[in-house]
Design a protein around this ligand. Structure first.
Ligand SMILES: [Zn+2]
Length: 449
């Protein structure tokens, strides 16, 4: 490449630029919440970089920034490459933005080489993946996927400002937000590159991983009920103390999840003794359980086993257990065909194609309602994320960009080698160019979150 452009190598430095004011709300740390001046500043910088890379840039009604690089025929279906530009409070610089920078570099490489593909490439900066300002999250990708619930616009931040008010002040269009939805006819696929946010790749000495699915998740509240009493006057043998029972339940969850496979993980993140005093045997203990696995079936089998144990533990101590399901999210499998292409792109670079599930949620799970999806994971130091200590290497970012370019080349080839269905031409494609099939990769990617 000319001008010393080396795909992917500047992505890390660009994320670092966005880690500082005005692209952070707070000096000395990175906090960039949805629809804040820091978000606006970051979009202005990105707009410049997208334009330099050869894209035409627009903002949609939901405050997504979208850069488009046309394919061989104007108006062709788009491969969308994207991730989120917002951060948690005092977060890391690469969680989200890195995937956008790599997308911009990919387009710039095509542009510099004068390459046009059988499809357009769009790079999207979603504004709201983390939910760090409003109670809702992923509202920007939901707007694009056409799955945004209107009630999300009424949610308010800590200052009482609603999403609709903030969006209007930002230059978005809360009234016309449905217009941000894309048609499946116009979107070929979605690719997201993201730091792993976990320790697996680093532990195995690997730069990159191919995501198989975003994990199925269940959130459950458990309440073990006994009898409150005086901590000094009630003999041990005459107590109905839910505290030790809750401890046994936590250990049972750990044992079952440790013995499990298929990406099974379980966490008790919150535990409360009631009423909660030094000198009172608790009358009840409440705790949360977060159980995740690659498939709902694996997750549910573990949840069932844990619930059986909880009831048994409570019964053995003459206590009562109440178990309440708070939230269940189905797994979002990545498209098998696209995942194979990504794996081949890694193999071409001499990299082992480690497949792994994503335990964390991503915009890709929302986009799966619109089109087939694929996800690439990039190693991060110590698996640390949502933390200013988050770190990636320039070399890993360069490998990721090359893998994404390889993926795009393979996607091009796979489309041109497929028998074309002339009875279903793409709506805006000229007869000189083959129509892109409506659903080239099977249907599994359509399973929504
Ligand atoms: Zn993220």
């Amino acid at each position: 490449m000319t001008d010393g452009f080396d795909i992917g190598t500047r992505a890390k430095a660009r994320c670092d630029v966005l880690g500082l004011p005005p692209c952070s709300e707070i000096d000395g740390q990175l906090t960039r919440r949805f629809l804040t001046p820091a978000h606006a500043a970051a979009l202005s910088v990105l707009e410049g970089w997208m334009t330099e890379a050869g894209m035409s840039v627009r903002r949609d009604a939901a405050a997504n920034l979208i850069g488009r690089y046309e394919g061989e025929a104007p108006g062709a279906k788009a491969l969308i490459i994207g991730s989120h530009i917002d951060s948690v409070r005092n977060g890391g610089r690469y969680d989200g933005p890195l995937g956008i920078m790599l997308g911009i570099d990919l387009v710039e490489a095509l542009h510099r080489a004068g390459r046009r593909l059988p499809f357009a490439v769009e790079v999207v900066a979603f504004g709201d993946e983390e939910g760090s300002r409003f109670p809702a999250s992923m509202s920007c990708s939901r707007a694009i996927a056409g799955t945004l619930d209107a009630s999300a616009l009424e949610m308010r931040d800590a200052d009482g400002v609603s999403v609709a008010q903030a969006l209007a002040a930002f230059g978005g269009d809360p009234v016309g937000i449905a217009g941000a939805a894309r048609s499946p006819k116009d979107v070929l696929a979605f690719l997201e590159a993201h730091i792993e946010q976990g320790p697996v790749l680093e532990a195995e000495g690997l730069a990159l991983g191919v995501v198989t699915a975003i994990a199925a998740q269940k959130r459950i509240m458990v309440k073990i009920i006994g009898t409150a009493g005086h901590a000094g006057t009630t003999p041990m043998g005459l107590r109905k103390d839910p505290g030790p029972a809750a401890a046994e339940c936590v250990l049972a969850l750990e044992r079952i999840c440790r013995a499990g496979t298929g990406g099974l993980v379980g966490t008790v993140g919150r535990i409360t003794a009631l009423p909660g005093a030094f000198n009172v045997i608790p009358g009840a203990v409440e705790f949360s359980m977060d159980i995740r696995a690659e498939t709902s079936a694996t997750r549910d089998a573990a949840v069932d086993a844990i619930c059986v144990e909880i009831h048994a533990i409570a019964a053995a101590r003459d206590l009562t257990a109440e178990i309440r399901m708070a939230q269940a999210l189905a797994e979002s499998p990545c498209d098998p065909g696209l995942t194979d292409l990504l794996e081949q792109a890694l193999a071409d670079l001499g990299l082992p194609a480690r497949r792994l599930p994503s335990g964390a949620g991503h915009d890709a799970m929302v986009m799966a309602a619109l089109c087939p999806t694929a996800m690439l994971f990039i190693r991060c130091e110590g698996g640390i994320s949502h933390n200013p200590a988050e770190a990636v290497t320039e070399a890993d970012c360069a490998l990721a960009a090359r893998a994404m370019l390889g993926f795009v080349e393979k996607l091009s080839l796979s489309l041109s080698s497929r028998p074309q269905r002339s009875e279903e031409p793409g709506p805006q494609q000229s007869p000189a160019h083959p129509a892109v099939p409506d659903r080239p990769f099977g249907t599994s990617g359509m399973t929504g979150a």
